[in-house]
Design a protein around this ligand. Sequence first.
Ligand SMILES: NC(=O)c1ccc[n+]([C@@H]2O[C@H](COP(=O)([O-])OP(=O)(O)OC[C@H]3O[C@@H](n4cnc5c(N)ncnc54)[C@H](O)[C@@H]3O)[C@@H](O)[C@H]2O)c1
Ligand SMILES: N[C@H](C(=O)O)[C@H](O)COP(=O)(O)O
Length: 329
Amino acid sequence: MEQPPAPLCITMGEPAGIAPEITAKAWLARQDAGLPPFFLLGSVQAFRAQSIACPLLPINAPHEATAQFQHGLPVLELPGFPEHITPGKALATTAPFVIEAITQAVALAQQGLVRGIVTNPIQKSALYAAGFQDPGHTEFLARLAGKPPSYSVMMLAVPGLRVIPLTIHVPLKAVPALITEQAIRHVSLIAHQELRDRFGIDRPRLAVAGLNPHAGEAGGIGQEEQSIIAPALATLKDEGIEISGPYPADTLFHEEARTHYDAVLCMYHDQALIPLKTIDFHRGVNITLGLPFVRTSPDHGTALNIAGQNKARPDSLIAAIHMAAEMTR
Ligand SMILES: NC(=O)c1ccc[n+]([C@@H]2O[C@H](COP(=O)([O-])OP(=O)(O)OC[C@H]3O[C@@H](n4cnc5c(N)ncnc54)[C@H](O)[C@@H]3O)[C@@H](O)[C@H]2O)c1
Ligand SMILES: N[C@H](C(=O)O)[C@H](O)COP(=O)(O)O
């Protein structure tokens, strides 16, 4: 008899943020939303600290989650949960616990004990204060997978739009120097392969945004398009990749334009994420491409300003769970 797929692992994220609340709400919506079995890798204390009413079922191993899933939210307890959590107040002292949840989730995925990983939002500033070396999950997960931090690729998706920032969590002033033919090539090839292999798009169509206004106006407003981006695209086209641009970014995202490509490669974080989160904030999903396991996350952060107030919407986490299930079907 065919074994059911392993459950999805949801990491704790920042326990003082909305993660406990949206995880509980996703579990409560499991039937209406048609969610596959998942468990939380973290601590039941996080739910108690925020007085979240949800049946919690401690498990000792991922495979126990499937049988328990209909009766309560399975929780695989990690040691070291901080003594006291104040909703809305992220502390650097919590960072080791937050980081350990991600590390352990990757170990479970590499052992084939979980179907994929869905990460709850982390408070980057708190982790940085605790000495966390990476800009975020995207780079940290690459390192845990034995790759350089720059190997993995960030893609965010809503129905009808996929965006891929070439540069991620770097100051804007650092972006131009990071726009190289090598970087464009690396990200484009990984995106092409994963859109084909994980998303079933036989011939992925990639569009590329310019860096400068009007894509440099034929060199009149900056040179990156002519000297770096266009030559990189020409080489990729010669290798059979369906890629076009660089286009003026301000006319790449309207409804009709979005029908001409399967994903758009943008030059920096907000060039990609502003249109995506504007179009459909609550259904956005963050996907890390290039990893040997599937990882998705909600498109939003810790929402400290509403933590503990029963105001958080689980929609994006639910979409991330669906996406991870789809990618591992
Ligand atoms: N995937 C991740 O780990 C991830 C993603 C984005 C931001 N972050 C981190 O989260 C922290 C806060 O980031 P931010 O303030 O830029 O963005 P944010 O997404 O946490 O909050 C932006 C606004 O959206 C609201 N919001 C967010 N999620 C919501 C939800 N599910 N329901 C209702 N309202 C919601 C918040 O209340 C806030 O007003 C930062 O440390 C950032 O680095 C992490
Ligand atoms: N750039 C993402 C966003 O703003 O939605 C978010 O920070 C997630 O980054 P990581 O997955 O690398 O933590």
